[in-house]
Structure formats: structure tokens, C-alpha cells
Design a protein around this ligand. Structure first.
Ligand SMILES: [Fe+2]
Ligand SMILES: [Fe+2]
Length: 247
């Protein structure tokens, strides 16, 4: 069984506290092998938000692969953003922003798509440098012949309704490399809205699991079975103070 619990956009600091304990219970009920968290663990990357996120991660019932989102580097502390943008993540969450969990038939690999600054004005759009992509390709090769699932905050492919938003720099090259490498799926977030724009490898975009900034859609997480050629997804949505299957 190669079940991954996919959570995203927790946004501690702008989250719904009443959903936290039920979410941990709901995930445990499905006994996933790995828990993937596709970024935006905090709202403004403050120490207290990171502490809440770290406590949540520590309470989860399986190994975690968490990558940062654009909200997880300081925005106002511009000097820190430029000089040492991931310092707070390293202190609170993990010594790396590209963790991986390698199991007998499954590898779940984090890809950091956050950028501190970009040539255009939308600094939230992210990007994948050639160096990061080369490193990912080597990690995928080392994980073979396992099923490989990549976790990245920014979707590398957008659904049609998000077509006006900037894709992360280097998205096409990253997707092409992952297609060549036979990656099973890419788990992403950022849009706070579930989507699965068609293509290979599948890009599975999760909604926000805990944020109260959900733009009219319920909070959600999903159970992804990566053991088949085409991964299957079972979506759980918040309902009152609990969780249930999406209708
Ligand atoms: Fe977000
Ligand atoms: Fe984001």
C-alpha cells in the first residue's frame, strides 16, 4: 500500500484551530505511509507560526515530507529575505527544504520552488533553478525503480481558470525532466483550490487544509495512492469541526 496523505497551505497564524486535532485524527484513520505537505505552513513566517507548524508536524502519525511555500520566507524583513530567507524554516521545521522519504516501493521527494526575488513583480510565483533540477534528477535516479512522487509548493502546470497567473520559472523544463524520469505524480498547492490539470506527470493540486482563506471552497486534504500507474485520489473535506469524504 503506497498511500500518501497530501496536505497543503496550512497557514498557521491564519488557520482554523478547531480543525487541527480532528485533521490529525482523520489522517491517522487512513494509515498513510507518508504525509506530504506542499508548502505555506505559515502566514507571515513568524517564529510563533513556525512553532505552531512544528508542533503540528510532530503530532502527525507518519513520516513527513514538507516543503516551504512563498509565505514561509520573511516578507517585511527584507534584509533577512535577501540574505538568509530559509533561516526560520531551518530552525523550526527541518535542516533542509528538500527532504525525502524512501520506502521499499515508494520515494517521496521534496522540491523547493520558493524564490526570494524575481525579475518580474510577482515574487510569489517561485521557480526551479537548473541546479535544483539537476539535483532532483539525481535524487530520482537514485530512488529508482521505486514509484517517485515529487512535492512542490507551486503548481508546475495550471488549470485553465488560473491561466492568468505566472507559472514558476523553469516549470516546463522541470515537468519535461520529470516526465522523462517517469515520475508518478507531483503534489502541489498555492492556489487554495483543488485541481488536476491534465498532462504527464499528473500535477495534483490540493486545496488549503487549515487556512481560513479558502475563497469559498472547503478546507481539504487528500489521500493519494501512488502504487498504480495512474495515481488515485480520495478527497477529504472539512465539515463542521470534522472531516468527511468530498461529495
Ligand atoms: Fe497558500
Ligand atoms: Fe503559496
Amino acid at each position: 500500500m503506497m498511500r500518501i496523505a497530501h496536505l497543503s497551505d496550512l497557514h498557521f497564524g491564519a488557520h482554523r484551530p478547531e480543525l487541527v486535532a480532528p485533521l490529525i485524527e482523520d489522517i491517522a484513520r487512513f494509515d498513510p505511509a507518508v504525509i506530504a505537505i506542499s508548502g505555506d505552513l505559515t502566514q507571515v513566517a513568524s517564529a510563533s507560526e513556525f512553532a505552531q507548524a512544528a508542533a503540528f508536524l510532530a503530532a502527525l502519525p507518519a513520516p513527513v515530507v514538507a516543503v516551504p511555500g512563498n509565505h514561509d520566507i520573511p516578507k517585511v524583513a527584507i534584509l533577512e529575505r535577501m540574505l538568509d530567507p530559509r533561516r526560520r524554516w531551518f530552525r523550526a521545521i527541518a535542516p533542509t527544504t528538500e527532504p525525502g522519504v524512501i520506502l521499499p516501493g515508494l520515494a517521496v521527494l521534496g522540491l523547493d520552488t520558493v524564490r526570494r526575488a524575481q525579475a518580474h513583480l510577482d515574487w510569489s510565483a517561485g521557480g526551479i533553478s537548473e541546479r535544483r533540477l539537476a539535483r532532483l534528477a539525481a535524487r530520482i535516479a537514485a530512488a529508482r525503480p521505486r514509484s517517485v512522487v515529487v512535492v512542490a509548493h507551486h503548481p508546475l502546470r495550471h488549470p485553465a481558470w488560473a491561466g492568468d497567473r505566472a507559472l514558476p520559472a523553469g516549470a516546463d523544463a522541470a515537468l519535461a525532466a520529470m516526465q522523462r524520469a517517469g515520475v508518478t505524480a507531483v503534489l502541489s498547492g498555492h492556489l487554495h483550490h483543488m485541481a488536476a490539470p491534465p498532462g504527464t506527470p499528473p500535477v495534483l493540486i490540493g486545496g488549503s487544509s487549515l487556512s481560513h482563506r479558502v475563497r469559498g471552497v472547503p478546507n481539504s486534504w487528500s489521500l493519494v495512492d501512488a502504487g498504480t500507474a495512474a495515481p488515485t485520489v480520495r478527497v477529504r473535506v472539512a465539515s463542521g469541526a470534522g472531516w468527511r469524504d468530498a461529495p
